[in-house]
Design a protein around this ligand. Structure first.
Ligand code: ZN
Length: 134
């Protein structure tokens, strides 16, 4: 069901400042920026996967709340799947607690869904079905 890490999500307070660190200090290339509903996202490819920087544009948003509680840092790991509906169905049938029962729109027109970290030993897992598959 899972092929690879699609990306690792990192929660940050000031995305422009963090972009500078990745591009100027680590010499990594900023791939693109996207404004999602309440989130600014920047993708930085690393080999076959990517780092996804996330900044909330809403002080009450999930990323803001995460930073308030835990500080900046790794927020989630995203795994790529072929068929997100099937993956969610399988997990649900196995009793895994989902945050999203139905996929929602993610960056790059992907479809994504989150699994409750209470059932994954503390890691917030995102499933991603890339655009090309639908
Ligand atoms: Zn993500």
């Amino acid at each position: 069901m899972i092929h690879k890490i699609a990306h690792i999500g990192v929660a940050v307070k000031n995305i422009e400042e963090v972009e500078k660190f990745y591009s100027e200090i680590l010499k990594m290339e900023i791939h693109d920026r996207e404004q999602l509903k309440e989130i600014k996202a920047t993708f930085i490819p690393v080999g076959d996967t990517a780092i996804e920087l996330l900044q909330s544009t809403n002080p009450e948003g999930v990323i803001s709340k995460f930073i308030e509680k835990k500080g900046e840092g790794v927020h989630h790991i995203a795994y790529q799947v072929d068929n997100i509906e099937k993956a969610l169905e399988d997990l649900k049938a196995k009793g895994v607690q989902l945050i999203d029962e139905k996929p929602r729109r993610g960056a790059h027109n992907s479809r994504v869904a989150f699994i409750n970290p209470k059932g994954t030993y503390g890691v917030l897992i995102e499933l991603v079905e890339p655009e090309k598959n639908h």
